[in-house]
Design a protein around this ligand. Sequence first.
Ligand SMILES: [Zn+2]
Length: 165
Amino acid sequence: MPQGIEKRYKAKEPGTMTNEVLPKIDAFRFIETGDACSGEVPIARLERLFDRLPETMDPAEAGMLAWQVRGVHDAMGRPALEIAVEGTFPLVCQRCLQPLKWPVAQRTVVLVAPTPEALAELDDEVEQEVILGSKALEVLALVEDELLLTLPFVPKHETDCETGT
Ligand SMILES: [Zn+2]
Protein backbone atom coordinates (compact mmCIF):
# COMPACT_ATOMS: atom_id res chain seq x y z
CA MET A 1 0.00 0.00 0.00
CA PRO A 2 1.36 3.45 -0.84
CA GLN A 3 2.76 5.28 2.12
CA GLY A 4 1.94 8.74 3.29
CA ILE A 5 -1.72 8.98 2.43
CA GLU A 6 -4.00 8.52 5.34
CA LYS A 7 -7.21 6.66 4.70
CA ARG A 8 -10.28 8.44 5.90
CA TYR A 9 -12.83 7.52 3.26
CA LYS A 10 -12.68 3.81 2.78
CA ALA A 11 -13.81 2.89 -0.70
CA LYS A 12 -15.67 -0.34 -1.28
CA GLU A 13 -14.04 -3.51 -2.50
CA PRO A 14 -13.00 -3.39 -6.15
CA GLY A 15 -15.70 -4.54 -8.50
CA THR A 16 -18.68 -3.65 -6.36
CA MET A 17 -20.10 -1.06 -8.70
CA THR A 18 -22.89 0.43 -6.65
CA ASN A 19 -24.61 3.77 -6.39
CA GLU A 20 -22.37 4.69 -3.50
CA VAL A 21 -22.20 8.45 -3.05
CA LEU A 22 -18.90 9.87 -4.25
CA PRO A 23 -16.96 11.92 -1.73
CA LYS A 24 -17.65 15.60 -2.29
CA ILE A 25 -15.83 18.49 -0.68
CA ASP A 26 -16.47 22.18 -0.21
CA ALA A 27 -13.42 23.41 -2.12
CA PHE A 28 -13.65 26.94 -0.72
CA ARG A 29 -13.81 25.80 2.88
CA PHE A 30 -10.96 23.35 2.31
CA ILE A 31 -8.76 26.15 1.01
CA GLU A 32 -9.75 28.49 3.82
CA THR A 33 -9.02 25.97 6.56
CA GLY A 34 -6.22 23.97 4.89
CA ASP A 35 -8.32 20.88 5.32
CA ALA A 36 -7.52 17.61 3.59
CA CYS A 37 -9.27 14.37 2.85
CA SER A 38 -8.01 11.12 1.50
CA GLY A 39 -9.03 7.62 0.64
CA GLU A 40 -8.62 4.78 -1.75
CA VAL A 41 -10.43 4.25 -5.01
CA PRO A 42 -10.70 1.07 -7.02
CA ILE A 43 -9.58 1.67 -10.61
CA ALA A 44 -12.86 -0.04 -11.47
CA ARG A 45 -14.56 3.23 -10.44
CA LEU A 46 -12.55 5.37 -12.86
CA GLU A 47 -14.37 4.61 -16.09
CA ARG A 48 -12.64 7.25 -18.19
CA LEU A 49 -9.39 5.31 -17.70
CA PHE A 50 -10.64 1.90 -18.76
CA ASP A 51 -9.30 2.20 -22.31
CA ARG A 52 -5.77 2.54 -20.89
CA LEU A 53 -5.99 -0.88 -19.22
CA PRO A 54 -4.77 -4.02 -20.96
CA GLU A 55 -7.62 -5.32 -23.14
CA THR A 56 -7.72 -8.66 -21.37
CA MET A 57 -7.93 -7.12 -17.93
CA ASP A 58 -11.18 -6.90 -16.02
CA PRO A 59 -11.22 -3.40 -14.43
CA ALA A 60 -12.33 -5.08 -11.22
CA GLU A 61 -8.90 -6.74 -11.11
CA ALA A 62 -6.98 -3.51 -11.77
CA GLY A 63 -6.36 -2.68 -8.12
CA MET A 64 -6.67 0.42 -5.96
CA LEU A 65 -5.13 3.87 -5.91
CA ALA A 66 -4.65 6.07 -2.87
CA TRP A 67 -5.66 9.72 -3.23
CA GLN A 68 -5.51 12.88 -1.17
CA VAL A 69 -6.95 16.34 -1.75
CA ARG A 70 -5.78 19.29 0.34
CA GLY A 71 -6.76 22.95 0.39
CA VAL A 72 -3.68 25.14 -0.20
CA HIS A 73 -2.48 28.37 -1.77
CA ASP A 74 0.04 28.45 -4.59
CA ALA A 75 3.31 30.40 -4.47
CA MET A 76 1.41 33.53 -5.54
CA GLY A 77 -1.10 33.10 -2.73
CA ARG A 78 -3.90 32.05 -5.04
CA PRO A 79 -6.47 29.53 -3.82
CA ALA A 80 -5.64 26.02 -4.94
CA LEU A 81 -6.08 22.34 -4.27
CA GLU A 82 -3.21 19.90 -4.03
CA ILE A 83 -4.18 16.56 -5.50
CA ALA A 84 -2.06 13.51 -4.82
CA VAL A 85 -2.47 10.06 -6.33
CA GLU A 86 -0.30 7.06 -5.52
CA GLY A 87 -0.26 3.44 -6.50
CA THR A 88 0.17 1.26 -9.53
CA PHE A 89 -1.81 1.50 -12.74
CA PRO A 90 -1.78 -1.38 -15.23
CA LEU A 91 -0.93 -0.06 -18.71
CA VAL A 92 0.19 -1.75 -21.92
CA CYS A 93 3.82 -1.52 -23.01
CA GLN A 94 3.79 0.00 -26.51
CA ARG A 95 6.93 -1.91 -27.52
CA CYS A 96 5.98 -5.48 -26.61
CA LEU A 97 2.22 -4.98 -26.05
CA GLN A 98 2.40 -6.82 -22.74
CA PRO A 99 0.98 -5.50 -19.45
CA LEU A 100 3.11 -2.99 -17.62
CA LYS A 101 2.66 -1.97 -13.98
CA TRP A 102 3.05 1.79 -14.10
CA PRO A 103 4.00 3.40 -10.77
CA VAL A 104 1.91 6.49 -10.03
CA ALA A 105 3.17 9.08 -7.55
CA GLN A 106 1.56 12.29 -8.69
CA ARG A 107 1.19 15.52 -6.74
CA THR A 108 -0.37 18.47 -8.57
CA VAL A 109 -1.51 21.90 -7.46
CA VAL A 110 -4.52 23.12 -9.43
CA LEU A 111 -5.80 26.65 -9.07
CA VAL A 112 -9.38 27.04 -7.98
CA ALA A 113 -11.46 29.79 -9.56
CA PRO A 114 -14.53 31.06 -7.69
CA THR A 115 -16.62 31.76 -10.82
CA PRO A 116 -16.69 30.71 -14.48
CA GLU A 117 -15.56 34.25 -15.39
CA ALA A 118 -12.56 34.04 -13.06
CA LEU A 119 -11.83 30.60 -14.49
CA ALA A 120 -11.69 31.95 -18.04
CA GLU A 121 -9.49 34.83 -16.94
CA LEU A 122 -7.06 32.62 -15.00
CA ASP A 123 -6.94 30.11 -17.81
CA ASP A 124 -5.65 32.85 -20.13
CA GLU A 125 -3.12 34.05 -17.57
CA VAL A 126 -1.46 30.96 -16.19
CA GLU A 127 0.09 27.77 -17.45
CA GLN A 128 -1.23 25.81 -14.50
CA GLU A 129 -4.38 23.77 -14.49
CA VAL A 130 -7.40 25.74 -13.30
CA ILE A 131 -10.68 24.27 -12.13
CA LEU A 132 -13.98 25.80 -11.15
CA GLY A 133 -14.47 25.68 -7.40
CA SER A 134 -17.64 24.29 -5.90
CA LYS A 135 -19.14 23.62 -2.52
CA ALA A 136 -19.72 20.06 -3.64
CA LEU A 137 -16.67 19.19 -5.70
CA GLU A 138 -16.45 15.52 -6.65
CA VAL A 139 -12.98 14.48 -5.61
CA LEU A 140 -12.87 11.29 -7.62
CA ALA A 141 -13.45 13.28 -10.82
CA LEU A 142 -10.40 15.36 -9.85
CA VAL A 143 -8.37 12.22 -9.27
CA GLU A 144 -9.52 10.82 -12.60
CA ASP A 145 -8.56 14.06 -14.37
CA GLU A 146 -5.09 13.98 -12.82
CA LEU A 147 -4.54 10.41 -13.94
CA LEU A 148 -5.70 11.22 -17.47
CA LEU A 149 -3.06 13.95 -17.59
CA THR A 150 -0.34 11.92 -15.87
CA LEU A 151 -0.42 8.48 -17.43
CA PRO A 152 1.91 8.29 -20.44
CA PHE A 153 0.34 7.67 -23.84
CA VAL A 154 3.30 5.60 -25.00
CA PRO A 155 4.37 3.67 -21.91
CA LYS A 156 7.25 1.24 -22.32
CA HIS A 157 9.01 -1.24 -20.08
CA GLU A 158 11.89 0.73 -18.67
CA THR A 159 14.76 -1.66 -19.29
CA ASP A 160 13.74 -5.01 -20.66
CA CYS A 161 10.52 -6.18 -22.36
CA GLU A 162 11.67 -9.80 -22.14
CA THR A 163 11.69 -9.80 -18.37
CA GLY A 164 8.85 -7.29 -18.10
CA THR A 165 10.83 -4.73 -16.14
ZN1 LIG B 1 7.59 -4.08 -23.06
